[in-house]
Write a protein that binds this ligand. Structure first.
Ligand code: GDP
Length: 194
């Protein structure tokens, strides 16, 4: 999709704050610094639309981006900051679980993991949650430009195995620098939201 019009429609915490429009939604989740803002910006051809690396301590909100008045990208705040208190973690967990379990418009979740390393425990927990709610999942392995071409098959296998992916889950390796994987990711999104 060629994206020209994007609006941050709303930052929401509770369901009554979610947009009332019926557009299909694709959520993006991953640990802080995984490259989520860079992926969203690449998909919508912007340099810095989605804010990069939201800091700990800031209000954690679900950010709904209106894409061409056709669909929403829902930016889920990153997990895994060492400095975040248990109370903040619990609040985050409740917000994301409420959204994932109850949102009718949600068509799929893009779950980002660092393509250079084996997924972490928190990444595994995120995948378990998505599987528990039986959501369509696309795993994106980020920063793949940092992995030599000859080693990428190995990265692919390690991610697939560590996350215990289901046959229907997809996995795409991505680079925000050279845009490897971008078209494939859009294809997945379009298939889920049409
Ligand atoms: P977020 O916290 O998940 O939104 O992550 P950001 O998109 O802000 O990226 C975190 C850091 O990783 C930044 O310094 C980015 O420049 C870098 N980064 C993100 N994507 C890529 C990528 O595909 N390749 C490389 N080499 N660096 C990346």
């Amino acid at each position: 999709m060629q994206v020209h019009n994007v609006d941050l429609t709303i930052s929401a915490v509770r369901p009554e704050q979610y947009p009332s429009t019926n557009y299909p939604e694709i959520a993006f989740a991953g640990r802080s610094n995984v490259g989520k803002s860079s992926l969203i910006n690449a998909l919508i051809n912007r340099k810095s639309y989605a804010r990069t690396s939201s800091q700990p301590g800031k209000t954690q909100t679900l950010n709904f981006y209106d894409i061409e008045s056709l669909l929403y990208f829902v930016d889920v705040p990153g997990y895994g900051y060492a400095k975040v208190s248990q109370k903040e973690r619990d609040k985050w967990g409740q917000m994301i679980e409420t959204y994932l379990s109850s949102r009718q418009q949600l068509r799929g979740v893009v779950s980002l993991v660092d393509g250079r390393h084996a997924p972490t425990k928190l990444d595994q927990q995120m995948l378990s949650l998505l599987h528990y709610y039986d959501l369509p999942v696309l795993v994106v392995g980020t920063k793949i430009d940092k992995v030599k071409k000859g080693k990428r098959n190995q990265s692919f296998s390690i991610i697939k195995k560590t996350l215990d992916l289901r046959p229907q889950d997809e996995l795409i390796l991505f680079s925000a620098l050279d845009k490897t994987g971008k078209d494939e990711i859009w294809k997945w999104i379009e298939a889920k939201t049409k």
